[in-house]
Design a protein around this ligand. Structure first.
Ligand SMILES: O=C(O)CCC(=O)C(=O)O
Ligand SMILES: [Fe+2]
Length: 341
C-alpha cells in the first residue's frame, strides 16, 4: 500500500480491518507481517481499517476546540498536581526533553498546552471543565475507541512477537491509560521558534503503544534511522501509532521506541495551529517488564534490566515535569545527541 514519503522516509500504512471485524486468517496474517516490519524499521505506523467512526473523531476535535478556546485564566483553574497526570497543563509547563536527560537551552520551553484524561473507573478521578456540555461525552467516546484500537494492536503484537495470545492481556488488564489532548498555538507576533521555544521537545513515549489522532498539519517530526528528522502527517482517516519504551524493552530494541518532537510550521510569523490527541497505553503499574528471551542473541545479556511499569514511568516523568534530568534514560539520550538538528 502507498505511504507518506519524505525523501526515503516512509511511515507505512497498515490495514487492521481483519483484526477489527474478525476477517480471514490470511488477511490477519498480512497485517501481522506488515506491522512487524514497520515496528522493526520505523516504530511509527499509520493504521487504517481501525473502525473509529468519523463522528467520534469530529466530536473529539470539537471538544479540543471548545476547551482550548477558553481564556487562559479559566483553563488554569483545571490544573492538577503533576503526579496525577490529569487536567490542564499550560504552555511551557513541561519540558519533555528533560525526560531523556538532555539539557534544553532554556528550562521550560515546550509551548504545547494539554488536557489529560484517564479511565472513568480509575482511582484518580478526572477533571471536567464546567459549562462545556459536549466536552466530556466527546472525549469519553474517543477514549473508548482509542482504548479498543490499542487492545486490537496488542493482539496483533502478540501474534507478531510469538508470545501467547493472552500475554498482553495479563500485563494490561488494569493498564495505566491516559488521553492527552494537545494544542499547539501561540498569539501572532509572539514567535521565534528555535532551540529555546518548540512545540514539544524530542522524546520517546513511555509505555507499550500510543494511538495518536492528529490534524493533517505539519509539525510532528520523527527521527529516522538516517538520523534526520522527518515531517509526518497522517493520511486521510489514518491514526498514527507509535511504540513506547516498554515495547522496546520487551524486544531488546528490535521494535523501535522512536524519538519524535513537534515543531509546528510558522507562516508569516504566525504558528499554524495544530491539534493532536495521544492515547498512551502503558500497561499495569505492577507489571514486571522483562525482555523476551527470543530477542536476546545467544550468549548475550538483554540491553535492559527488568523494571516495573510504575518505576519506569516515575523515572521518566520526574525528569519531564520537575526540570530535572533523568540519568537513567541513557540510551535514549544518546540517540538524541546523535541526531542532526
Ligand atoms: O502532537 C503530536 O503529534 C505528538 C504528541 C506526542 O508526541 C505526545 O503527546 O507524546
Ligand atoms: Fe509522544
Amino acid at each position: 500500500m502507498s505511504a507518506q514519503t519524505d525523501g526515503m522516509f516512509e511511515v507505512p500504512i497498515v490495514d487492521i480491518s481483519a483484526w477489527v471485524t474478525g476477517g480471514p486468517a490470511a488477511e490477519k496474517a498480512r497485517a501481522v507481517r506488515e506491522l512487524d516490519h514497520a515496528c522493526r524499521t520505523v516504530g511509527f505506523i499509520q493504521i487504517v481499517g481501525h473502525g473509529v467512526p468519523a463522528e467520534i473523531t469530529d466530536g473529539l476535535a470539537g471538544a479540543i476546540d471548545d476547551f482550548f478556546g477558553r481564556p487562559l485564566a479559566e483553563k488554569k483553574s483545571y490544573v492538577r498536581p503533576p503526579a496525577e497526570n490529569r487536567g490542564y497543563s499550560p504552555p511551557k509547563s513541561e519540558s519533555l526533553s528533560y525526560s531523556l536527560g538532555v539539557d534544553p537551552v532554556s528550562r521550560m520551553n515546550d509551548f504545547f498546552e494539554a488536557f489529560n484524561v484517564g479511565p472513568a473507573d480509575d482511582d484518580t478521578p478526572n477533571t471536567w471543565p464546567a459549562g462545556l456540555d459536549s466536552f466530556q461525552p466527546g472525549v469519553e467516546a474517543h477514549f473508548a475507541e482509542a482504548r479498543r484500537v490499542a487492545h486490537t494492536l496488542t493482539s496483533i503484537f502478540a501474534a507478531a512477537l510469538g508470545v501467547d495470545p493472552g500475554y498482553f492481556d495479563r500485563i494490561t488488564d488494569h493498564s495505566i491509560d491516559v488521553l492527552r489532548m494537545n494544542n499547539y498555538a501561540l498569539p501572532p507576533g509572539d514567535i521565534e521558534l528555535g532551540a529555546d521555544l518548540t512545540g514539544m521537545g524530542e522524546h520517546t513515549d513511555f509505555g507499550i503503544v500510543t494511538v495518536l489522532w492528529a490534524d493533517q498539519v505539519d509539525g510532528l517530526q520523527v527521527l529516522g534511522t538516517d538520523q534526520a528528522w522527518h515531517d509526518v502527517r497522517p493520511a486521510d482517516g489514518a491514526l498514527l501509532v507509535n511504540l513506547g519504551d516498554i515495547t522496546a524493552r520487551l524486544t531488546n530494541d528490535v521494535w523501535m521506541s522512536t524519538l519524535h518532537r513537534v515543531k509546528p510550521p510558522v507562516i508569516d510569523g504566525t504558528i499554524r495551529r495544530r491539534r493532536s490527541a495521544a492515547f498512551f497505553h502503558d500497561g499495569n503499574a505492577d507489571a514486571l517488564i522483562e525482555t523476551l528471551p527470543r530477542f536476546v542473541p545467544p550468549g548475550e545479556h538483554p540491553l535492559y534490566f527488568p523494571i516495573t511499569v510504575k518505576d519506569h514511568i516515575i523515572a521518566k516523568l520526574s525528569g519531564s515535569r520537575a526540570g530535572r534530568k533523568n540519568t537513567s534514560a541513557v540510551r535514549e539520550a544518546a540517540r538524541v545527541r546523535a541526531a542532526q538538528i
